[in-house]
Design a protein around this ligand. Structure first.
Ligand code: PMP
Length: 457
């Protein structure tokens, strides 16, 4: 039973002493006061239980307070909390070797950080030093961090500040086959297809050519002939589970490398088995990046991040001293190591594939039933449900309507996320331990909430 601080007192402190931005983006009209978590469940201070389908933004990978991971943390906390990495200590080495074993050659050198922004900052720096070039290309709608450097990669007005954040960063058109000008039903790698009519000839994706054409135009108009890097999330997260045509990344990587750039996969949301079919999102695109950045799910909620790169790139970075006090902290390493073991032992990746595919298939039925559900997409448990005014116009469902539906789903006991450049996409990125029963519960909630919303309008 909860005997801590009252809700009123917490809100008072939040107003007075907390980051006011948190207040703005706290999107529930009636906030949720979380006290406890276990696996896919969260309990509020009144003892009400929620099914957590957002996992603290795709972060709680194997489940809240997963007993195995908690035990690993406890054990390490009793042995050694911290030492600097000028000393050699087992958890760091055990983890680096283990993490590297999950990546294809030549991705074998691991740098540990404390967040995704830090990992991407480091990747930007390494790419620039290695190539001797400065310009970096990312997609519109992407999110790669909130530090002044990574803010330049991030392309979403909501996260931008009027500072010189975009120096050397150019955003190219996002090859979004639903909202973009070109698209169709067999463009993307998802168990469900968009209902948008496809303009591609059978077996040939015209949309991909068009979007690659936009990238070529970016090269021709906006950057010098030699570039440092291309950053891409295998499936956009904050952008709203946006997927690209099947061959896009493969062709883009080739074009980037021809211009001297390195290719960086931001796996902060898509990594660690979430996409189901593969352990890493990039594997679903049949590419091997030169650098992979990770965070969130790496520690099941424990603050941690990483960059994994090739020995060659690492060598060019070794000319200076890179030091990070907490990067590679023993407790973080013990936790992350246990997360990798737990994903394997619990069959979390396979569960993502099975449960995620079932969820998407059922969501597609609701899409066909309701005019305001425009698109259902994703892979595994990286899922987006894009809401529209109507299917013909594909105009985003306005924020007030999104909030109403979002709030009602929460009141019925399910937490999901919101994303997309216009805040028009519901995001479902739960702990990878959810079951088919949980999915059925969510589907009945969503059906009821959307149904009653349509009745009210
Ligand atoms: N990359 C991606 C794809 C993300 O979604 C995020 C966080 N939303 C980040 C990087 C930044 O991570 P962090 O908040 O840990 O700095």
């Amino acid at each position: 039973e909860y005997t801590g601080m009252s809700k009123e007192r917490m809100m008072e402190i939040r107003r007075k002493n907390c980051n006011p931005m948190i207040m703005k983006v706290t999107s529930y009209k009636k906030p949720v006061f979380i006290h406890q978590g276990h696996m896919q469940w969260l309990w509020d201070v009144d003892g009400k239980r929620y099914l957590d389908l957002f996992a603290g933004v795709a972060t709680v990978s194997v489940g809240h307070c997963h007993p195995k991971v908690t035990a690993a943390a406890e054990q390490q906390l009793k042995r050694l909390w911290h030492t600097t990495n000028i000393y050699v200590y087992p958890p760091l080495h055990e983890y680096c070797e283990k993490l590297a074993s999950y990546l294809p050659d030549p991705l074998k050198v691991v740098y540990l950080t404390n967040s995704g922004s830090e990992a991407n900052d480091l990747a930007m720096l390494m790419a620039r030093l290695y190539t001797g070039n400065f310009d970096i290309i990312t997609f519109r709608g992407s999110y790669h961090g909130g530090s002044p450097q990574t803010m330049g990669l991030t392309s979403n007005a909501a996260y931008k500040y009027p500072i010189a954040n975009g120096l050397g960063c150019t955003n190219t058109m996002c090859p979004d086959v639903f909202r973009g000008p070109w698209g169709g039903s067999h463009c993307r790698d998802s168990p469900v297809q968009t209902i948008r009519e496809c303009s591609c000839a059978q077996g040939y994706c015209m949309a991909n050519d068009q979007y690659i054409g936009q990238l070529k135009e970016t090269f021709a108009t906006s950057v010098p002939s030699r570039i440092a890097a291309f950053f891409g999330e295998p499936i956009q997260g904050v952008g709203g589970a946006v997927q690209y045509p099947k061959n896009y990344l493969k062709e883009a990587y080739k074009l980037v490398r021809e211009r001297g750039g390195v290719c960086i996969a931001d796996e902060v949301q898509t990594g660690f088995g979430r996409t189901g079919s593969h352990f890493w999102g990039f594997q679903g695109h049949d590419v091997i990046p030169d650098m992979v950045t990770m965070a969130k799910g790496i520690g099941n909620g424990f603050p941690m991040g990483a960059v994994v790169t090739t020995p060659e790139i690492a060598a060019s970075f070794a000319k200076g001293v890179h030091f990070n006090t907490f990067g590679g902290n023993p407790v973080a390493c013990a936790v992350a190591s246990s997360v990798l073991d737990t994903i394997k032992e619990d069959g979390a990746q396979q569960n993502s594939l099975n449960v995620g595919t079932y969820l998407m298939t059922e969501l597609a039925k609701l899409r066909d039933k309701y005019e305001i559900i425009g698109d259902v997409r994703g892979k595994g448990l990286q899922i987006g449900v894009e809401m529209v005014k109507d299917k013909a116009s594909r105009e985003p469902l306005p924020p007030e309507a999104m909030s109403e539906i979002f709030e009602d789903i929460k009141d019925m006991g399910v937490l999901i996320g919101k994303g997309g450049v216009y805040g028009q996409t519901f995001r479902i990125q739960p702990p990878m331990c959810i079951t088919k029963d949980d999915v059925d519960f969510f589907l009945s909630v969503l059906n009821k909430v959307v149904h009653s919303y349509m009745d009210r309008k």
